[in-house]
Design a protein around this ligand. Structure first.
Ligand SMILES: *[C@@H]1O[C@H](CO)[C@@H](O)[C@H](O)[C@H]1NC(C)=O
Ligand SMILES: *[C@@H]1O[C@H](CO)[C@@H](O)[C@H](O)[C@H]1NC(C)=O
Ligand SMILES: *[C@@H]1O[C@H](CO)[C@@H](O)[C@H](O)[C@H]1NC(C)=O
Ligand SMILES: *[C@@H]1O[C@H](CO)[C@@H](O)[C@H](O)[C@H]1NC(C)=O
Ligand SMILES: *[C@@H]1O[C@H](CO)[C@@H](O)[C@H](O)[C@H]1NC(C)=O
Length: 214
């Protein structure tokens, strides 16, 4: 009889673990999204010292942080698009896309900070206006990032989650990004998931269940 009870309990644990695994897989519960930021952004054509007004390149330093202390993040190709100007949220007119680069996907270990340095060719920037603007102060480029990622912990891997983030980079008359308090520009989204806090709870409960089971 005792034996049966025990089997029954184990069976229930098994079902709970199955659902827990499914939740992890479906919603990435218990995982924190990496943070993306632009740490350097240099536009030689706007640099008043180099006076290299025909230079079509933009240099970008993208920083990726995996904040999870146990999970690896697997990134698919990271697609970066640069737009000239600042999007007016209440206007349907889209900014001109001046550069696109696809950075190869990679795996990022837990708690790791990675950088990707890219040199892109910008086309379609209204350089005259941009130069006038920097003489007055700053001009703005919008940087968007799209990728897909999955998390891995132990033997578990989640499905792929879509990431769409972006930020406005202000550039001065030295062609460099303006940093506030020496910080880069964080790329943010209208939130892909809303379950991070619940995720912590679910993750902890799952961990306890896992410990009891084994
Ligand atoms: C470039 O801009 C900086 C900062 O505004 C200024 O100090 C410097 O004199 C300028 N250089 C030239 C060559 O215009
Ligand atoms: C920049 O180049 C233009 C033309 O090439 C020149 O007239 C101007 O004096 C240069 N400015 C500086 C600061 O070197
Ligand atoms: C944004 O667009 C709206 C409507 O088109 C306009 O009224 C507003 O002045 C614009 N704001 C800026 C900052 O350009
Ligand atoms: C630069 O500032 C002046 C004076 O404030 C203004 O008249 C001019 O339109 C500005 N130019 C640009 C490109 O913003
Ligand atoms: C990134 O770009 C590549 C090539 O253009 C495309 O195949 C892929 O679907 C894009 N990925 C995302 C997440 O948009």
């Amino acid at each position: 009889m005792d034996m049966d009870m025990c089997m029954c309990c184990k069976f229930i644990w098994l079902i709970i673990m199955f659902f827990y695994g499914t939740l992890i897989f479906m919603f990435g519960i218990g995982f924190n999204e990496p943070t993306f930021s632009i740490e350097r952004f240099y536009v030689p054509a706007l640099d008043n010292i180099s006076n290299d007004t025909l230079n079509p390149f933009i240099f970008v330093d993208l920083q990726l942080i995996n904040p999870n202390d146990q999970q690896t993040v697997h990134y698919s190709a990271l697609n970066v698009s640069i737009f000239y100007g600042q999007q007016n949220k209440s206007s349907p007119i889209l900014l001109p896309n001046v550069a696109v680069v696809s950075i190869p996907g990679f795996n990022q270990e837990s708690s790791d900070i990675a950088h990707r340095l890219e040199m892109v060719t910008a086309t379609g920037v209204d350089w005259e206006t941009a130069r006038q603007e920097v003489l007055n102060g700053t001009t703005v480029f919008q940087v968007d990032l799209q990728t897909k990622l999955r998390y891995e912990q132990f033997i578990w891997k989640t499905k792929r989650f879509s990431i769409m983030v972006g930020g406005d980079v202000k550039v001065n008359d030295q062609g460099s990004m303006v940093k506030t308090k020496k910080k880069g520009v964080k790329l943010t989204s209208g939130s892909i998931r809303h379950v991070v806090h619940f995720g912590y709870v679910a993750g902890s409960v799952g961990f306890v269940l896992l410990s009891l089971w084994s």
